[in-house]
Ligand binder design. Structure first.
Ligand SMILES: *[C@@H]1O[C@H](CO)[C@@H](O)[C@H](O)[C@H]1NC(C)=O
Ligand SMILES: *[C@@H]1O[C@H](CO)[C@@H](O)[C@H](O)[C@H]1NC(C)=O
Ligand SMILES: *[C@@H]1O[C@H](CO)[C@@H](O)[C@H](O)[C@H]1NC(C)=O
Ligand SMILES: *[C@@H]1O[C@H](CO)[C@@H](O)[C@H](O)[C@H]1NC(C)=O
Ligand SMILES: *[C@@H]1O[C@H](CO)[C@@H](O)[C@H](O)[C@H]1NC(C)=O
Length: 694
């Protein structure tokens, strides 16, 4: 433990020693129905203000436009000033109104600078720093524990070499069991060193957050091999997840799953090993009554994934199926490949059937309204992953605050610093004695062989399985009982996610840089063609936009790339603050009533909608007439952005509408898609840039 931390805690203790009042206060904490998702902070101790943002400079050296709070739209990492300012902002604006934090990894800089290779001290050092910042931010009055739970998870850059984590126990997991000692429940610290996964009852007896170690699912981790072989940590993690989710089901609890690398998988690209993806999808389908949502980071673009049970291939789980030829995705996506990836998602979404509820066929209680029989009224064939963009300003720095339904939970007992207090320890003992044993069993201790494990588990699963699996080791989880209502991911109920607010810090404004173009002599590096290098010498010209399509190289030197500070004086930034980028509660294009599967399927259908080609007559569409009407009224904020240069078409379309034709739809071509793309890149791209992306 760093001395500084001890001192900080001692000071904190001292400050609040005023008597038992503080203690009483913390005991009365109530739920707010909100939590923070923060991801991909990437602090970089070498970041230098006014250094170059190109690949050679990497915001570490040279003269260039690296701003005081970070270099937005570049591949540079975060200066400490951004990390401090982010935590200060959370302290001032969120700390006292959230119930827990999910922190989905990558709290070390990238290994992107050949001249400054990373070492273990740096990777663990920034991770320790951030972990201690959370511990300080949420330190309780006694100074020994936290007021609310913080649930971290390992990112692919939190280890060395990045992406490669060998099966546990290993020194990395040992280090993190110490660094995260405030966050991992005590009784799980031992098993954590074997697998790097754990769970926290963020609302005791109601809601648990499962921190998945996605590095054992990650296709680029050459140190492990998927989830089909019982020896593999991925397999063991899935077994742990299966057993724990069943345990939650029996206790009537729900789960939020979090991880760093999302289970992204499109026609051509994938992030997880196929066997892990298959098993995860199967688990999510079988436990659809338990799982509230899956929350992920890593990709830095704001988007979501809809997984379909029809893609589950049991044969693939034993590795005996011909798996689709998908290539592993790059660690970080350039804007171009990100847009290819998003286009693939869109193509898939364009084939989805709109949920029945949205079309008025199904009443709120899931029963059909009139005559027609509705198949799968809640969209239970799907499950969702929500991917939050990053703090590291690949675009702009962001934070996500999710809200969930706490009806009936207003007075529920809350989590109380799991690490202290005898009563909590006793409660834990009772609640998790069984859980504890399972964890030990599954943690891969060398003296437990897998055949014993399998036998033990078989005894427990008394019910016969419907589908005899290929792999005798495969235990298909039980589905929800026939009588149980749809889970919180499907129908609005307590613990259902109701929406989120995406915050961003506009570094372009905050950094307040004063820049000039570099002279050509100093920028003679044609090898590093990036979108923004076009800025050098030709800023403002139309040509610059064409740069998108030719832009093949990975490193992005950002919107100010190729510029240098106009004066040698340090920049004078404006006051740092996050502001609302958008909120699903009032986003009038997204129109998400809540974050249930049906709401996202409905949104995905609208994003996927392609109502005819340019200028073509508009044919039938899957969109509701009713919704069209809604949208017409909602054009206030969107139209000024969307219509620039398009005024004539707008007028024509309006006319067509008045004529009583369905022409109004033309006007909305790609509207939801553009809106989605704008969010994906956290508002950093102008409308014309977005349109060039597809
Ligand atoms: C960030 O905050 C820490 C204290 O938590 C301080 O020591 C450090 O100097 C700050 N760094 C910057 C760049 O503001
Ligand atoms: C929250 O859940 C309650 C109980 O199921 C329900 O009546 C209410 O409509 C839900 N609230 C929202 C905003 O979905
Ligand atoms: C960020 O600030 C810049 C400069 O003030 C402004 O031009 C831009 O529109 C802002 N971006 C967003 C998304 O608000
Ligand atoms: C922004 O930068 C200019 C030029 O460096 C400076 O004069 C101005 O005071 C700065 N704005 C703020 C709010 O600090
Ligand atoms: C809408 O998107 C499609 C493909 O994504 C594109 O071909 C078409 O030109 C776009 N239409 C408009 C009006 O931008």
């Amino acid at each position: 433990m760093a001395l500084g931390r001890v001192l900080a805690l001692a000071l904190l203790c001292h400050g609040v020693i005023s008597g038992p009042a503080g203690v009483a206060l913390s005991a009365q904490r109530k739920l707010h129905g909100r939590f923070l998702h923060i991801t991909d902070i990437h602090p970089d101790a070498y970041y230098k203000v006014h250094s170059s943002t190109d690949e050679d400079g990497a915001c570490h050296r040279g003269k260039g436009p690296a701003g005081p709070y970070g270099a937005e739209t570049t591949d540079c990492d975060s200066p400490f000033s951004l990390v401090n300012a982010t935590f200060d902002w959370i302290a001032a604006n969120l700390r006292d109104t959230i119930d827990f934090v999910v922190w989905t990894g990558d709290s070390a800089r990238h290994d992107g600078d050949e001249r400054l290779p990373r070492d273990a001290d740096q990777v663990l050092g920034t991770n320790t720093w951030i972990a201690d910042k959370f511990a300080d931010l949420f330190a309780n009055a006694e100074g020994k524990g936290l007021t609310i739970p913080v649930v971290p998870t390992l990112g692919n850059n939190d280890i060395l070499p990045h992406n490669i984590l060998l099966p546990g126990p290993n020194k990395w997991l040992k280090h993190y069991s110490h660094i995260w000692r405030h966050f991992i429940p005590e009784e799980q610290r031992h098993s954590f060193e074997f697998g790097g996964w754990f769970d926290v009852e963020v609302i005791p007896d109601k809601l648990a957050v499962f921190s998945l170690n996605t590095l054992y699912f990650f296709d680029r981790n050459a140190g492990v091999d998927g989830c089909a072989n019982p020896q593999e940590p991925g397999y063991k993690q899935m077994e742990w997840l299966r057993v724990q989710l069943q345990f939650l089901r029996e206790r009537g609890m729900k789960a939020i799953l979090i991880g760093h690398v999302p289970p992204a998988r499109t026609e051509s690209k994938k992030l997880w090993d196929e066997t892990c993806w298959q098993k995860y999808s199967l688990w999510m389908h079988q436990f659809r009554d338990v799982v509230v949502a899956g929350l992920y980071g890593h990709m830095n673009i704001d988007h979501f994934l809809i997984h379909d049970k029809d893609e589950i291939d049991i044969a693939a789980l034993s590795g005996s199926s011909e798996l689709g030829a998908r290539v592993a995705m790059e660690d970080e996506l350039s804007v171009m490949s990100a847009s290819d990836y998003l286009v693939e998602l869109r193509n898939r979404w364009s084939k989805l059937t709109p949920p029945p509820g949205k079309r008025g066929e199904v009443a709120k209680d899931g029963k059909r309204k009139k005559g027609k029989k509705v198949k799968d009224p809640w969209g239970e064939r799907y499950h969702l992953s929500l991917v939050s963009p990053s703090v590291v300003p690949n675009y702009f720095p962001t934070l996500r605050v999710l809200e969930y339904n706490i009806t009936g939970l207003e007075d529920a007992p809350v989590w109380k610093g799991a690490l202290t207090g005898v009563s909590r320890a006793v409660a834990d003992e009772e609640a998790s004695s069984q859980k504890h044993l399972e964890l030990r069993d599954l943690s891969g201790e060398t003296d437990v062989d897998d055949t014993t494990l399998t036998k033990k588990k078989k005894k427990k699963n008394k019910k016969p399985k419907k589908t005899p699996p290929h792999d005798p080791e495969l235990h298909i989880p039980e589905p929800p009982s026939k009588s149980s209502p749809p889970g919180p991911a499907y129908s609005p109920q307590p613990l259902t996610l109701t929406g989120y607010t995406q915050y961003f810090a506009n570094l372009t404004r905050i950094n307040n840089l004063s820049l000039t173009d570099l002279s050509t002599s100093t920028s003679a590096r044609p090898a590093v063609i990036t979108f923004n290098e076009q800025d050098a010498g030709e800023s403002g010209s139309e040509d610059r936009r064409g740069g998108w399509r030719d832009w093949l190289l990975r490193w992005r030197s950002g919107k100010h790339g190729g510029k240098k500070p106009a004066s040698p004086h340090p920049p004078r930034p404006r006051e740092f603050a996050f502001e609302v980028e958008y909120s699903t509660f009032d986003d009038r294009v997204y129109r998400l009533d809540d974050l249930t599967v049906n709401s996202f399927v409905d949104l995905a259908v609208r994003i996927g909608e392609r109502v005819g080609a340019k200028g073509a007559e508009v044919g039938s569409s899957s969109e509701d007439e009713e919704e069209e009407e809604d949208e017409d009224e909602d054009d206030d904020q969107e139209s000024d952005v969307e219509s620039d240069g398009d005024v004539e078409t707008e007028k024509k379309k309006k006319k067509a509408k008045k004529g009583g034709k369905k022409g109004s739809k033309k006007r909305k071509l790609n509207k939801t898609w553009l809106h989605f793309l704008r969010h994906a890149f956290v508002g950093t791209l102008e409308e014309d840039e977005l349109k060039k992306l597809y």
